[in-house]
Design a protein around this ligand. Structure first.
Ligand code: SF4
Length: 427
């Protein structure tokens, strides 16, 4: 029988949000939840499959657990479990592989069946409205994640998320507002709305804009942040809320993926560079000082030097504050794995390096616009007497303080930039 359980999360914010909920569920079912660094009867690894790095990370974590805690049982749950199923059970030599359709039921299943629990749980994913019937708080994050949506219908050719997480579905509107209320009661001042494709949120006539409107009414909640969102799903209504300077953070992460229309088409992205550029310019006009970040992929099949150079030009010219750079990799289900003209690993590495350097330069330039100004910072953690937190525009700020600043939203004057961190003083 299992008594103690610990967790390890790979991948995106949604996985983090789900691990927090799962950990509560295990607690409700009578398990003792312990830190990952402590020996537990069972370790649950919430996996990611977006790139091949996710698979390698899973292997690394398994090896670490095997070395440190021989005899501990391991359960792989989440996206990699969903798409690789039985082969993962064999190759990773773990005790349980549990897909996205069953992971939230795992504590109940284990409680009922103990060590007789089937090693492979892959019931499939229902594309229905969902609730998250659990007491929520997000103990490991000052800025709490709130899951509002799951799955995706877009089928970008490089992506296997629609297979790993199923079709787009939304969280019951009242249920998510209740979830947000609980997070606020637990003391969280910022909520980050998470999902796979959150702009497609729908419950009846309720959209993402209604979600933000409802959360803005919660007393005690100071900030609402939208995690990554496809710009094609971002409504004028939502843009107006952003421009209104209420609780919605002046921050948008709008995946671009590539700077060349031919590659965008092969990726099955439904827009052109001109569309993206026009949208970003509209946002910048409406929301001064907004922080816009993006995702860029390098090494998609057929990406030649000229395609890459155009991407470089596009992201350099756009008013972007930073970009996350992803290396293309074939996945077990993505359509593009069959595409010809694969790009050499060395080219992918070099292109990533160039883009990351450009991103750092753009981030530094974005930060420099704020030096000397007064901003509000939500403080998260302390290290060696320095407290660190973020502005609504996602600039990381450090101040020296003897006092505990955790979860405080304080006015700070930004004095200077050191690398990509800003040093400031509280006012
Ligand atoms: S929008 Fe595209 S990249 Fe994003 S999850 Fe859906 S299929 Fe994947």
């Amino acid at each position: 029988m299992f008594h103690t359980v610990s967790f390890y999360t790979l991948g995106c914010r949604l996985n983090q949000a789900e691990t927090a909920v799962l950990s509560h569920r295990f607690g409700d079912c009578g398990f003792e939840v312990v830190d990952f660094d402590r020996k537990a009867d069972l370790v649950v690894i919430n996996t990611c499959t977006v790139t091949e790095n996710g698979d390698a990370d899973t292997r690394r974590v398994i090896n670490r657990i095997r070395r440190r805690f021989p005899g501990t049982k391991i359960a792989l749950v989440g996206c990699q479990a969903e798409v690789q199923g039985e082969s993962l059970l064999r190759s990773a030599q773990v005790d349980y592989v549990v897909g996205n359709g069953a992971k939230m039921d795992l504590p109940d299943i284990l409680r009922q069946n103990g060590t007789e629990t089937p090693a492979l749980l892959l019931p499939g994913i229902e594309p229905a409205l969902f609730t998250i019937p659990t007491c929520e708080s997000d103990p490991h994050h000052t800025r709490a994640n709130l899951k509002i949506q799951d799955g995706c219908n877009f089928f970008c050719s490089y992506c296997e998320i629609p297979y790993a997480r199923g079709r787009s579905r939304s969280r019951d509107f009242d249920d998510l507002v209740r979830g947000a209320e609980k997070l606020v009661q637990a003391g969280h001042r910022e909520i980050v709305l998470t999902g796979i494709n959150i702009g497609t949120y729908r419950h009846g006539d309720k959209t993402l804009s209604h979600v933000v409107e409802a959360l803005e009414k919660l007393t005690g909640l100071e900030r609402i942040r939208i995690s990554s969102i496809e710009f094609t799903t971002l409504s004028d209504d939502l843009l107006e809320r952003l421009a209104a300077n209420g609780k919605l953070c002046r921050y948008l992460h709008l995946p671009l993926q590539h700077g060349h229309d031919r590659i965008l088409k092969a990726m099955n992205r439904k827009y052109t560079i001109a569309d993206y550029t026009a949208f970003v310019q509209k946002v910048v006009r409406r929301v001064p000082d907004v922080c816009i970040g993006t995702d860029v992929m390098v090494g998609f099949p057929g990406e030649g030097t000229s395609h890459f150079e155009q991407t470089l030009r596009v992201v350099e010219e756009l008013p972007l504050a930073y970009f996350h750079v992803f290396s293309y990799s074939d996945r077990s289900r993505n359509k593009s794995r069959t595409f010809p003209d694969k790009v050499a690993k060395t080219d992918i590495q070099e292109r990533s390096r160039i883009l990351r350097e450009l991103s750092n330069r753009k981030k530094a330039a974005f930060i420099d616009r704020f030096i000397g100004r007064k901003v509000l910072v939500l403080f998260e953690q302390e290290k060696n007497g320095w407290w660190s937190g973020v502005t609504d525009t996602f600039i990381r700020v450090q101040v020296r303080s003897e006092q505990a600043l955790h979860n405080q939203l304080l006015a700070v004057e930004l004095e200077k930039r050191e690398g990509l961190t800003v040093i400031g003083k509280t006012l």
